[in-house]
Design a protein around this ligand. Structure first.
Ligand SMILES: [Zn+2]
Length: 282
């Protein structure tokens, strides 16, 4: 178990831990010495050979008293991700093994919660069975941000066809607005900008709080530099405003922060520092 928030167990479901892109590519409008800044704040965060940021791709499994909830389903197997060769047509057992280690099989998941509809957050929504895309979790309701669903339905993307539409056709999808709650413990928090419908996930139990960032942030270096625009943020200004608000609330409430792509162990706290923040690993 990664941590426990009141009565809610949080388990890391790690699929990929590999160099991704260089800091200069990821934050193209940041300071010229962006790699040095990342190295100073995120020890071991860059691959020494390639200089690329080491990016975990992981979901978080929440075991509440009443539900088993998977937050984000990573890249998946057999998916078409032509623009990202490392994520294209994968065949790998690590995701399922991580669920098994958490004591959970595909049948046990009650809810799959997608923070947003990007390829590295929806892949295991479905899997290929006899040439057809089928929901991986046969007993789950899938909560999908409505604003993102509309974008990808209209765009008819491979991701939508392979990882979202089959869930809708199986009658297992719920298109949700932000503010949606799952029981008393889990609430979707609007954090638009990376995508229009992006949500962070707030966990509250036993007087304790934690937040799963999704892609409102990608690295703890953004605590110090929340205004850096991330290359894949759809609306950079809106994403920055959401990121600052998430950081402000986390520091004011002393919430545990679980960063979906943060350097492992991806869990810590945010403290206010000057007109920005700093990261304290837990
Ligand atoms: Zn992502």
């Amino acid at each position: 178990m990664l941590c426990k928030i009141g009565e809610v167990e949080v388990w890391r479901i790690l699929e990929i831990h590999a160099p991704f892109m260089t800091p200069e590519e990821l934050w193209p409008d940041a300071d010229a010495d962006v790699s040095a800044i990342v190295e100073a704040h995120v020890p071991g965060g860059l691959c020494p050979q390639s200089g690329r940021l080491i990016l975990p791709v992981q979901g978080f499994l929440l075991k509440t008293l009443s539900h088993t909830i998977l937050v984000d389903s990573c890249v998946g197997n057999d998916k078409t991700n032509a623009g990202t060769p490392d994520w294209n047509k994968r065949s790998d057992t690590r995701f399922e093994a991580a669920l098994t280690a958490a004591g959970v099989g595909f049948d046990d998941v009650d809810f799959v919660l997608c923070t947003h509809l990007h390829m590295d957050h929806v892949g295991w929504n479905t899997r290929l069975e006899d040439g057809r895309w089928m929901p991986t979790f046969p007993n789950a309701r899938y909560l999908i941000p409505a604003a993102d669903e509309e974008v990808h339905r209209l765009g008819a993307t491979d991701m939508y066809r392979e990882s979202v539409l089959p869930v809708i056709e199986a009658g297992q999808a719920e298109l949700v607005q932000t503010g949606h709650s799952l029981g008393d413990e889990v609430t979707l928090v609007p954090t638009p900008g990376h995508t229009p419908g992006h949500v962070a996930v707030l966990i509250r139990s036993g007087g304790r709080e934690a937040v799963i960032t999704g892609d409102a942030m990608h690295s703890t270096v953004q605590c110090w530099h929340p205004d850096w625009h991330f290359v894949y943020d759809g609306d950079g200004e809106q994403a920055t405003a959401s990121r600052r608000q998430l950081l402000e609330e986390a520091s004011e409430t002393d919430r545990i922060v679980l960063g979906s792509h943060f350097a492992l162990p991806s869990v810590g706290r945010v403290k206010a520092e000057g007109d920005a923040f700093r990261w304290e690993e837990r």
